[in-house]
Design a protein around this ligand. Sequence first.
Ligand SMILES: NC(=O)c1ccc[n+]([C@@H]2O[C@H](COP(=O)([O-])OP(=O)(O)OC[C@H]3O[C@@H](n4cnc5c(N)ncnc54)[C@H](OP(=O)(O)O)[C@@H]3O)[C@@H](O)[C@H]2O)c1
Length: 279
Amino acid sequence: MADEMESSPVIWITGASSGIGAAAARLFAKQGYAVVLSARRKERLDAFAAEIMSEGGQALAISTDVTRIGDLQVCMEMIAARFNRLDVLLNNAGFGRLKWIDMLDPQGDIETQIRVNLLGAIFSARVAAPFMIERCRGHIINIASLAGLIGMPTYSVYAATKFGLRGFNEALRRELHPWGIQVSIVYPGGVETEFSQHTGVQRKTGYKTPEKFRLSAEDVAGVVLRLTKHPRRQVILPGYMVGILWMNALFPSVVDWLVENRFVRKEREIKTSTIHEET
Ligand SMILES: NC(=O)c1ccc[n+]([C@@H]2O[C@H](COP(=O)([O-])OP(=O)(O)OC[C@H]3O[C@@H](n4cnc5c(N)ncnc54)[C@H](OP(=O)(O)O)[C@@H]3O)[C@@H](O)[C@H]2O)c1
């Protein structure tokens, strides 16, 4: 145990090959963490690990698909063998297919989103938790989305995965607290990453989060780092979104009206009469 206390802290990041995961890896490596980079694109991870090591950091790249429990078990075994330590699991791997329900492919869009965003986070925690419980130490941080707090059109399945992650996070937090293990969740709004390349969004209005409101991957990574220093149950960012979430909770019919009239009808060119005739 003495060796463990003297060694560098270790963070395992799923989805470390780009975006928030990559930004978190850079930040934690600079803070003296050994970073375990996992994702499917091994070439990217290897190049990234080499970059971190050339700057004096410690990095281990492991090819992992979060939907495969076997991959995750191998990853955990490699972490145990190499470091015998795991301080933080950052459950970050995920993607969104932001299309209308009638346009979502049942397997490629619906099932895969649920498998990666929800099952992947559950599997990763399942694999890391025994190691943390044994040592009575660790922190699991789940990257959700504002879509885990408010449901918007075209986000139906993505929201289902992130609402699911929220329930998983809350139960797990209460379950693991007696062992001194922290469990936190981050709900970011739009972040400038490769995420938008995979959404399949084709909007008539061309609507997207205005640039000035978009977060950077580094903003989210900074929040994750602060969570490890000052653990909290959840972080919503940007902070002003809290007001909109309260409005949705207290006056859902106002939000329904705004969404229908400002977004749904414009995007799908539906007339009110058509909607009312059909319902
Ligand atoms: N960008 C946003 O606007 C935004 C907003 C709120 C929340 N988020 C959440 O933030 C997280 C990170 O997204 P990002 O914005 O950083 O997007 P990103 O740049 O596209 O990164 C997604 C990461 O997930 C990995 N991944 C995807 N499928 C995987 C699988 N089956 N197994 C293992 N890894 C997998 C990708 O790696 P490989 O392809 O190499 O496997 C990649 O490293 C996601 O959970 C997302 O839902 C994003």
